[in-house]
Design a protein around this ligand. Sequence first.
Ligand SMILES: [Zn+2]
Length: 175
Amino acid sequence: MSEYYAQSVSREDMRQIAYLVRKKFGYLNHWNLPVDRLLDQMCDAFPELSYEIVPDNEWDDPTAHAVTNITEHTIRIRESIYNRACEGKGRDRMTIAHEIAHYILICVTEVKLYCRGDKKVEIYNDPEWQAKCLAAELLIPYYKLTAFKKKPSVNFIMNICGVSSDAAEYQLRYI
Ligand SMILES: [Zn+2]
């Protein structure tokens, strides 16, 4: 768990935020959210934000595929991850959505962060859980899935939303 904890944000709040992001950038009717294009649009909408594609041989963080720096307003992404996301690979698309989610939560919706110290923190207050939750809500739009009479299958969600089977299965639990 991170050295910070965040103000509580519920899954219902995340759904609302995901809906508003899709609405703001013109993706309410899209199943498949083009994360590479969304990154460019976000840099236009939030001029202090920039992103950098880092060649794999210069990538210096073995624990991550992409990193968001909320004080510098930068998102750094490993080149191979970015390229695979552009080609539509679900797991890599989720990596980019995860960084977008960190940025939106902390820098746009201004969810407050606190030093954790020894405090025991609920999962809802973990910034990583929050980014994971919002990323999944962004890529797998609740408002579209719940318009069906019957619960969709994992395969359907994988194909139409461009996500991995893990992400589709995980998200179906909350539909
Ligand atoms: Zn993260």
